[in-house]
Design a binder for this molecule. Structure first.
Ligand code: SF4
Length: 458
């Protein structure tokens, strides 16, 4: 079974890469901090965004229906998908109806979640991811490792090698400008040849039926403007009530994501251009179930900025692939168990619960509290594994009885001093990357009883 710990162990084998990954994401986190500190009303903005999202989630049914009505009135085709399979079928049927063979995509974590690429490629459709990072990982047959910076786990040398193999660039080339230009030329051809463009959605406005797509590369616009058919796929939680609410989220999103004041392209799509076709697919795929979980519903406020990834000490030092789910990091560790509790039971434990994720979240999701709550549910539901469940029961017995605690403490110290290999061996994962500390000669309690100042008269 794939677990975060096992995958992280693979990532950790290359220490230099781990350090570099850690430093790079911390650099992004620091840019985010500078941007946030430049705005005196930052905390009010976060509070406002949180309230808008809370209100929207409490009235989601109404806003979805309003959005559909407005979008239909704008001449957009609206589709509803209960799950990933339905979503993929809807997209495929639109492609099939037109007899298309080639599509271009801009970044959409929803389609990653639904495994759309694999599905369409299996049906004989050419699917090209046009976000630079996404295209790099697509060429390498890897999933994105980060929702905003999909190829952040790779160095420019890795990209050079990938482009050499797939795009015919010079062997050993690692100049970012040269590599980016090669990608640009390659993608231009794909844009021009594509029959259909698929984009994600950052925000869908119930009041107008319009959608907003944010990219730094303009690839969503290029695809949607060149192709005759545009499909926009969105999770149902992307709704916001009013056009006026957009400014709150657009100010927060780019600053939290990459430390930019605004995303380079915040493109508004309202209706199809004359003679063209536009579709919006609204996808549930477990979201209404999450909405019904009182402790976890507000995870649906997420605007996918990835600030919680960049600040997380575990994510930074274990890499996105170790989370084995489309959305990695702290928020992914809350969302994934909702979809499959058994498969993703390891993820809420991939956290120090330091709370840094909750502190940076622009929509004020109580991420670390939810991770902690998932741990309790997973333990109650029997998803934590026999070794951990038995260990916890033993610890509970020891920690709840002072006599047993003292006996185990003194016996443990004796064994650690005289037979350290009993604890520090290859069967104990805790010591794989750690050295055994010197065991103390006595417990704090024993030391304290010997050294405390006795009250007068005692
Ligand atoms: S949980 Fe918050 S910080 Fe993390 S990606 Fe979502 S909005 Fe950003």
């Amino acid at each position: 079974m794939i677990t975060h710990a096992k995958e992280a162990e693979k990532f950790n084998k290359d220490e230099a890469r781990v350090d570099w990954h850690d430093d790079t994401l911390w650099f992004v986190r620091q840019k985010r901090d500078r941007m946030a500190h430049n705005i005196p009303e930052w905390e009010q903005l976060r509070e406002k965004a949180s309230q808008i999202k809370n209100h929207t989630l409490s009235n989601l049914d109404q806003y979805l229906v309003q959005f559909e009505k407005q979008a239909l009135a704008n001449g957009v085709h609206v589709h509803w998908a209960a799950n990933a399979a339905e979503h993929n079928q809807i997209v495929f049927q639109i492609i099939q109806k037109h007899g298309f063979q080639k599509i271009v995509k801009s970044k959409s974590m929803l389609t990653e979640e639904c495994h759309l690429n694999e599905f369409l490629i299996g049906q004989g459709i050419e699917v090209i991811d046009t976000d630079l990072g996404e295209r790099i990982v697509q060429l390498r047959h890897e999933p994105p490792s980060h929702i905003v910076l999909p190829a952040i786990h790779l160095k420019k040398e890795d990209v050079g090698e990938t482009f050499h193999q797939h795009l015919g660039t010079e062997k050993g080339a690692k100049d970012p400008q040269y590599l980016t230009e090669a990608a640009r030329q390659h993608l231009r051809e794909k844009f021009i040849a594509a029959d259909l463009a698929l984009t994600g959605v950052n925000f869908a406005v119930a009041e107008t039926g319009g959608i907003v797509v944010c990219t730094n590369e303009g690839n969503a616009d290029m695809g949607a403007h060149l192709a005759n058919v545009h499909i926009a796929c969105m999770g149902i939680e992307k709704i916001i009530p009013r056009q006026a609410d957009l400014s709150v989220f657009l100010r927060l999103l780019a600053r939290s994501a990459t430390g930019q004041p605004i995303t380079t392209y915040s493109s508004h799509f309202l209706r199809p251009a004359p003679g063209k076709e536009m579709h919006i697919v609204l996808v549930d795929n477990g979201r209404t179930e999450q909405l019904a979980r009182a402790d976890f519903r507000n995870s649906l406020k997420c605007i996918r900025c990835a600030a919680c990834f960049n600040t997380c000490p575990v994510y930074r030092r274990s890499g996105g692939h170790s989370y084995h789910t489309a959305v990695a990091g702290p928020i992914g560790s809350i969302l994934a168990p909702n979809i499959d509790m058994r498969k993703y039971a390891d993820l809420p434990f991939a956290s120090t619960l330091c709370g840094s994720c909750s502190n940076v979240c622009p929509v004020k999701i109580d991420i670390h509290d939810q991770l902690w709550k998932w741990r309790q549910i997973l333990a109650q539901e029997g998803h934590t594994g026999t070794a951990k469940a038995t260990g916890m029961k033993l610890m509970s017995a020891v920690l709840s009885n002072p006599d047993i605690y003292r006996f185990v403490g003194s016996t443990g110290r004796w064994f650690l001093r005289h037979v350290p290999s009993l604890a520090s061996n290859s069967l104990n994962p805790w010591f794989k990357q750690r050295e055994m500390p010197e065991p103390p000669k006595e417990s704090f309690r024993d030391w304290y009883l010997k050294n405390r100042k006795k009250p007068k008269g005692e």
